[in-house]
Design a protein around this ligand. Sequence first.
Ligand code: HEM
Length: 465
Amino acid sequence: MNALEAQKTFLLLLASLAILCVVVQSSLPLLIKRNLEHTLNHILQYTPGSRFIRGLRYLINGPKTVQDGYSKAGGKPFLIATPTNNHLLVSSPTHIEELVTAPSIQLSLHAVAKEMLQPKYTMRGFEWQDQRGVEGTGFVRALRSLLTAHLPQLLPKLQLIIRKGLRDEVAQYRRKDSGLNIARSDFADDQKAYCEAQNTPFLEAALRFPQDVIIAAELVRLMPNFLAPFVARLATQNHKSSKVMFDCLVPIVEQRLKCRSLNHKNSEKAPTSTFSLVDLCVFPEYFAPLREELEQNPLPVEGSTPRMDSFLKESMRYNSIDAITCRRKALDTFTFSGGYTVKVGDWACVPQQAMMHDPQYYENPAAFDGFRFLPKDGEKSGAKDMAQNENPNMFTTSSPNWLIWGSGKTVCPGRFYGAAIMRLIMAEVLQSYDCSLRDPKLPRTMTWRSSIVPREGVIMLFQKR
Ligand code: HEM
């Protein structure tokens, strides 16, 4: 059992105890008469403080809670409870447009990030602003402009790093085991491969830091405020990983600042492509056509490998990474057309997973169709399948039909880099290995709140071609 699962079990236990108390106190007769679920729903609806208790369902079963709400709402906005606030989910084009164009003094992505990460407690007192831009948007320039502009020069180097990283990883696991633990290797170790510092304590800390922050933030969000500093220190082992990273990075940053005029180069971290590799294992019929395409374009870039881009997009649609997107926290009361109001402190978001599995938008949405996003002969804008309603070749295009990167002013500035890394990893695996899952029947995902993540312990087998 990993740390996240341990936390989840602990919270489940707490939740079960709380629910049990309420059941015993107030609803024993009902419990006897009707089935358990009906009774619990009844209790959750009417007991004081029930928003918190109803919200617990969201913690442990977020994607299903959103899907159920979406199915019942028939295209209208709907509300779901979380332990700390309500989320208003909107899905019509008009409401989505209102959501992503709302001024950030009313609906703010940064306030959402602050609530999710609790930087004050998890990042050693970091004073995160509620509104984007208060401290400038240097990170957007660095990611969207500078990093993206340098991608052509970086790609060959990144390709070599990925090649070496994967080769070392497979060799290491071949010695220990017959396979590669993908949840570990892809989420964590590809970051290791891209990290320039060849320094084990730094790498270990860098890999642990995001997990420490997420777990500590989750606990802080569920605990009374006065416990927050203590709980955060405990969960982060007194901020051990950030201290190690800080100590390693300060001299490097100082050195880089000195070397700036000498035009020294930097490197960045990469996101995961675990789901797409798993899909490749589960649907091996895509190996041949994807490899054929790569023979013409061994170093894939935006637009050069439409089959691969379609496969990656379909993998993102099929697996959905997160049940919701375009999260915004109301800093001021906000009312959508039709009179749907988000109260201060609540969030507005889009139920992307439910929409991406809605037959109204995608033909046969439950099926994995790796070439769904390839332009189909005779189909053009207005086709039934949403996949055909946008420029299917463009992996990084953000549109109202494709909200995986968010939308509006805050659309993901790292998407060009992220997409490039996903292509490189996929290309390297296709060119150099055959792969399969050791146990295809094992559950491959786990959820917490609205997130859907690869489950640790899923083993991917790599065989050099
Ligand atoms: C598969 C990979 C990725 C996905 C699916 C993704 C998705 C997203 C989404 C949905 C948002 C919120 C946008 C909104 O609500 O309007 C976002 C924002 C952001 N992403 Fe990404 N992202 C990815 C990779 C990356 C990478 C690699 C970086 C950095 C190199 C990055 C940096 C950011 C930043 C800084 C923001 C905040 C933008 C702002 O506040 O203006 N992302 N991303």
